[in-house]
Design a protein around this ligand. Structure first.
Ligand code: UT7
Length: 325
């Protein structure tokens, strides 16, 4: 039988660090409020000239080098992002060029913070179906470029960066059970109103700030916790697993309180759950692959371990995936 496996990982974040104290100089907030409500102390914020493909390229290059693969042998490159360098072409095409992966098919997918899980499911289907033998799956974002730095409800949350995973054909199980979902009825919970075909950018829309993300944080919080609990419970049940069978739960890093609530409801221990929100904030589609890279590099996950991913975000979208590492 043909399976797909993650064989190497990479990550890249901007060098520029913005602390809670830095934000408190611009809007009425405090380190104490932000840390208690979100678990975030600091985040990496891209500077002029750095775009989503900058980080996607660095992270992908690292994953290729770790696997000893020549970029010319890469067959497909998928970038999950809601903050592409340009409205079009895809950041994946810009990344492909920067990598010198000239033979790879390249495209972006848009599923917000669930984007990496959606993209990994596409790579898995391509490989199992026989279209490709290797696919680079990247989550890359520069959300700090579309947030309103005057809005204390949203500017505290996000950070920039990318995580990349090289997925290849395998004869033993790797990427396994997958559930994806969406509810477009909740589209307004997190969205950018302007700049698309509905409200194209004009001087007026910019004056009104329609290019910035609108985040209904409290509503997102509730939906995130209930969806994550629901899909994780089902993932464990369907696969006949108990929480203790999971070496690492990798949740999307949206808010430490969301992670803690999900952890408690499912009965995971703190040691079983990946968390790096304190230093990166919410990096949207990049958060799960950045966590995977850190966990793998630190030896926290080893070959044969069961790793459970869960992500949720704008759309509303969500997804869970069970991986034999
Ligand atoms: O990945 C998906 C995207 N992620 C999200 O959308 C985040 C999910 N939501 C959250 O993380 C939380 O809802 C937030 C951190 C955004 C907000 O925390 P909360 O505990 O839900 O606070 P809240 O929005 O209910 O606001 C409570 C109070 C309000 O004041 P009043 O109305 O009670 O007087 C806010 O105005 O806190 C105020 N507030 C702040 N105070 C200090 C909101 N933001 C801040 C701030 N500093 N940065």
């Amino acid at each position: 039988m043909t399976f797909s496996r993650i064989v190497s990982t990479g990550m890249s974040v901007p060098e520029n660090i913005v602390t809670n104290e830095d934000i408190a100089k611009r809007v009425e907030t405090s380190d104490e409020w932000i840390f208690t409500r979100t678990g975030i102390h600091e985040r990496r914020v891209s500077t002029e000239g750095e775009a989503t493909s900058t980080f996607a390229t660095n992270a992908s290059r690292q994953a290729l080098e770790a696997a000893g693969m020549d970029p010319m042998d890469l067959q497909c490159l998928i970038v999950a992002t809601i903050t592409p360098d340009l409205p079009f072409p895809a950041s994946a095409c810009l990344t492909q060029e920067a990598l010198g992966a000239k033979r790879a098919a390249a495209f972006d997918i848009s599923a917000a913070c669930s984007g990496y899980v959606y993209a990994l499911s596409i790579a898995d289907a391509y490989i199992r179906g026989g279209l490709y033998e290797n696919v680079m799956v990247v989550g890359a974002e520069t959300l700090t470029k579309v947030i309103n730095w005057e809005d204390r409800g949203s500017c505290i949350l996000f950070g920039d960066g990318a995580g990349a995973t090289l997925v290849t054909k395998s004869d033993r199980p790797g990427v396994g059970y997958t559930e994806l979902g969406a509810d477009g009825g909740l589209a307004e919970l997190i969205h950018v109103p302007g700049g698309g075909s509905k409200i194209p950018t004009t001087h007026e829309t910019v004056d009104q700030g329609l290019q910035y993300a609108v985040v209904k944080g409290r509503d997102v919080y509730k939906v995130a916790v209930s969806r994550a609990e629901e899909v994780l419970t089902r993932a464990l049940e369907v696969n006949n697993l108990k929480t203790e069978d999971i070496a690492l739960l990798v949740p999307h890093q949206a808010n430490q309180r969301i992670t803690d609530a999900v952890q408690d409801r499912l009965g995971f221990s703190k040691e079983q759950v990946a968390s790096n929100i304190e230093v990166y904030g919410n990096t949207s589609a990049a958060s799960v692959p950045i966590c995977l890279h850190e966990a793998a590099s630190q030896g926290r996950i080893k070959e044969g371990d069961k790793v459970l991913l869960v992500a949720f975000g704008a759309g509303f979208t969500w997804g869970t995936m069970l991986i034999d590492w």
